[in-house]
Structure formats: structure tokens, C-alpha cells
Design a protein around this ligand. Structure first.
Ligand SMILES: Nc1ncnc2c1ncn2[C@@H]1O[C@H](COP(=O)(O)OP(=O)(O)OP(=O)(O)O)[C@@H](O)[C@H]1O
Length: 291
């Protein structure tokens, strides 16, 4: 199949350098481009710069001499137009804050409201639709702190949907969620992709990356590699990204397409201390397995 490559009009970072106030440079000369209508994994070790990259995309930190454009617009303009939605990690949220599920989702509408933030019928309709889409309509009057990990994720996804974000950043969406919720989130990501949105998903759950991500961005203080999953999520690049933390990586199977329902893939990553870091599919035997 030889389809022309889509224009890189989703998220484009050129030569982005982020130095924090304490002088630490977390990202240096990072460049990559992602087209609309795709789901991209953002992968790297702890401290590699994934959250820093998110902060740069959300305009929270300066990008040095580099620049980021979102759907062809500078970050500021994209933010003003409410195009960027963020689904946070659980740890970033104060769950004791007394707020209802429907209020969290309504926050996605703030950028569409006037200064008084008085919801109009269109805002309420957007909240209803978003809650229904993630299967959380029945929980709308619950306190946010009274939800399971997977339900909390879905509420923040609903907030992104209510916002009608076209660039959606998801920070560890699968941490602490069960398999069913993971499948629901993956199905939703596929729908959002088909609507032409662009999703960047920070994840340590490497095993499922080939299943639902069209593309991968590998970071370690800079962007080491980026591109289609088939050519980027390779042993060589993973070894570079995870370096000394990995003893062995094996990526098996010939087909890494996300629409593949069979399971021909194997992805095994062993850490230095020989615990499987990631194990997906059937791992080939490795020396020392027996006994
Ligand atoms: N506010 C800050 N001030 C100074 N240094 C920071 C700040 N935030 C992060 N860093 C440093 O920048 C580097 C990149 O951090 P970042 O949080 O982007 O990594 P990450 O890839 O998201 O890690 P993780 O997988 O653990 O979430 C780390 O060395 C971190 O210690």
C-alpha cells in the first residue's frame, strides 16, 4: 500500500530547548512532526522530558530558540482558540477538592464561555454528550474523589471532549486502569483519530503501543527518533531510549498495525535486574528462563 504521507500539520516542534529556572536543561534541540488524524506514543525513561514536552506544547515553559506549532498555529493562538486539551496524570489532581463529575467536564467549556462562565444550553449539551461518550453519564453527580482510577481518567477524557480539543495530550492514560477501561480508551482514541484530531500519549506501557499508536516519539533529553510505529518502535531505538535500564529487548512479529486483531507480536523487555519490564504477546525463551 503506497498512500501519500499526510501533511505534518498536527504538532510540529522545531529545535525546542527547555531550560528550567534552576538551570537544568530538560530538552535540548528537540524536533518532530505529527500529522492530524493520528495517535502518537511519547515514550522515554523517567526524567526523559515527556512532561516537559507537554508543558512546552501547552505554553507553560519557553522553547528557547525553537518553536512549536499546533495545527499550523503558534501555541498561543492554538490555546486562545481552545484547541489544546490535556488529560492529566492522577497525581496532578487534588481529589479531595469537592467538585462533581459534571463540574469537571464543564471546565472543558470554560474557554467557550463568556467572562461570567455561565453555561449556555450548548455547553450543557456538550457536557452531556462527552459524559455519554465515555460511559460516565450515570456518575455525573458523584464527587470526583469518589471514583475509581479508570473512572477518573474517563472524566478527564470527557473534559477534553467537552472542550472539543483538536490537539489532545494524554499523560499516562492507562496507569491504574483495568483492561476493560484500557480497551474503551483505546477505542475512543481511534474514534478521535478518525475525526482528524491529533493525540499525543505519554506512556510507560510499551507493550500496547504498537496496538493503538500510529506513530512514536522517543525522547531522552531530546527527540531520539520519531515516525511511524513500524519503523520507529524498533529494538534499536528502544535500546537507545532505555539504554542501561534494559538488558534485552525483543520485538517479534511482522505486523505492528493497530488494526490487527490477532496477536502475532511479541515485545519483551527485561530490565537490568531481570524482572520483565514489559511483556506483550508470547515472549521467546531467554537464557536462564528455566529454573
Ligand atoms: N520544574 C522543574 N525544575 C527543574 N527541573 C525540572 C522541573 N521539572 C522537571 N525537571 C527535570 O527535567 C527533567 C525532565 O523531567 P520530566 O518531568 O519532563 O520527565 P518525564 O519524562 O516526564 O519523566 P516521568 O516519566 O518520570 O514522568 C528531569 O531531569 C527533571 O528532574
Amino acid at each position: 500500500m503506497n498512500t501519500p504521507s499526510p501533511p505534518m500539520d498536527g504538532i510540529v516542534a522545531r529545535d525546542v530547548t527547555v531550560t528550567y529556572r534552576n538551570g537544568h536543561t530538560a530538552l535540548s534541540h528537540a524536533s518532530f512532526a505529527i500529522p492530524r488524524g493520528t495517535v502518537t506514543a511519547l515514550v522515554g525513561v523517567n526524567g526523559a522530558g515527556k512532561s516537559t514536552l507537554f508543558k512546552a506544547i501547552m505554553g507553560f515553559v519557553p522553547t528557547g530558540d525553537g518553536a512549536i506549532t499546533l495545527l499550523g498555529r503558534p501555541v498561543r493562538q492554538a490555546l486562545r482558540e481552545n484547541l489544546v486539551a490535556y488529560v492529566p496524570q492522577a497525581e496532578e489532581v487534588d481529589w479531595t477538592f469537592p467538585v462533581l463529575v459534571e463540574d469537571v467536564v464543564m471546565m472543558g467549556r470554560y474557554g467557550h464561555m463568556g467572562l461570567m462562565r455561565r453555561p449556555r444550553p450548548t455547553d450543557r449539551a456538550a457536557v452531556d454528550a462527552a459524559l455519554a461518550r465515555v460511559g460516565m453519564a450515570a456518575f455525573r453527580h458523584r464527587q470526583i474523589g469518589e471514583l475509581s482510577g479508570g473512572q477518573k481518567k474517563r472524566v478527564f477524557l470527557a473534559r477534553a471532549l467537552a472542550q472539543d480539543g483538536q490537539v489532545i495530550l494524554l499523560d499516562e492514560p492507562f496507569t491504574g486502569v483495568d483492561v476493560t477501561t484500557e480497551e474503551q480508551i483505546i477505542a475512543l482514541l481511534a474514534e478521535l483519530r478518525d475525526e482528524g484530531r491529533v493525540m499525543l500519549v505519554s506512556t510507560h506501557n510499551l507493550g500496547s503501543v504498537p496496538r493503538y499508536c500510529d506513530r512514536v516519539v522517543l525522547v531522552r533529553g531530546t527527540v531520539l527518533a520519531h515516525g511511524p510505529t513500524e519503523t520507529t518502535f524498533t529494538q534499536e531505538h528502544l535500546a537507545e531510549a532505555f539504554g542501561g535500564q534494559l538488558r534485552e529487548i525483543s520485538l517479534g512479529g511482522s505486523d505492528l498495525h493497530h488494526d490487527d486483531h490477532e496477536d502475532p507480536r511479541t515485545l519483551t523487555i527485561l530490565t537490568d535486574d531481570e524482572r520483565p519490564f514489559v511483556h506483550y504477546g508470547h515472549r521467546p525463551p531467554v537464557p536462564g528462563d528455566e529454573g
